[in-house]
Design a protein around this ligand. Sequence first.
Ligand SMILES: [Mn+2]
Length: 354
Amino acid sequence: MNNLEKYLTLLNGEVDGLLLTSRYSRFYGAQYDIAEGVAIVTKAGCRYFTDSRYIEAAQKGIQGFQVLETNRENPYNDLLNRAIADFGVTTLGYEEGYLSVAEFLDYEKNLNAKLVSLHSKIAGFRAVKEPWELDRMRKAQEITDQAFAEVLPRIKAGMTEKQVQAELIYCLYKNGGENLSFDPIVVSGPNTSLPHGVAGDRVLQEGDFITLDFGVLWGGYCSDMTRTVALGYATDEMKKVYETVLAAQQAGISATKAGVLGRDIDAAARAVITEAGYGAYFGHGYGHSLGLEVHENPNCNPKGDVPMKVNMVCSAEPGIYLPGKFGVRIEDVVIFTADGCEDITKSPKNLIIL
Ligand SMILES: [Mn+2]
């Protein structure tokens, strides 16, 4: 079943059309990325609307939809209402998770169909990846691993976090990244206790931990990885915390296979950190799904009550963060298989001392 056919399975009585407004669902349904547009999916036909900036690319690249141009004479709502009339639509499932209140109110007032919130079902198809999607994620991760290898020799005492961030971004693009999955996190020394700290003007010095959390898009799909490295030397406490995080990640990965609940994978990793006495310093969840977005559902965190399925993708990223001292996070991305998982992050995980 292609992605558009998956969407069509939602048209079974509750709604007879889908209003695709987010870039993600339009990308997913059309298997082609257009920055701005709106699409409508019905059993009687599918139409994709975009403006003059994108129309040529859209008409060449989009499959399964009739592609029409919006302009001053043909605003989106008119085009949508024409499709609603042509295809006999009475109820439209929409993505409440991606619309602003203003956008929703505009659709609600102007479209000639009843709107039904359907975000989780529309987005839900993305959780289990097709083989071609997994290939793109492996490629995105390969670029990310290569960038990590290339940025390490560039990191020197005396540089600022921002300068390291700039080098990292350069390496990500140079190796084929099409975009950044998110602003890379580069934190050093005591800033490494901030799980999502922002790169700043702090100057790197010997004895620092440096945490790098970064990823790229390739073919529209995200990678995401984190490594913590030491500069010059690491104290015994730093080594102990590092080895604890690594053991926790390995415990999580060992517990990872289809059929397991996300919370049980989180618990396997968390137990290692708790046993070492650092349970209070691992605040976030063990992992999140990713794909077109860097954070997707389902999660492998203490609330994760969904049995994970073959070809779901999840990050494996335990951490320990000691306020005012330092923190460590190690993150890989794994693909669920029937009897385990494939770790697509290939960078080394032993403590690297630069
Ligand atoms: Mn992550």
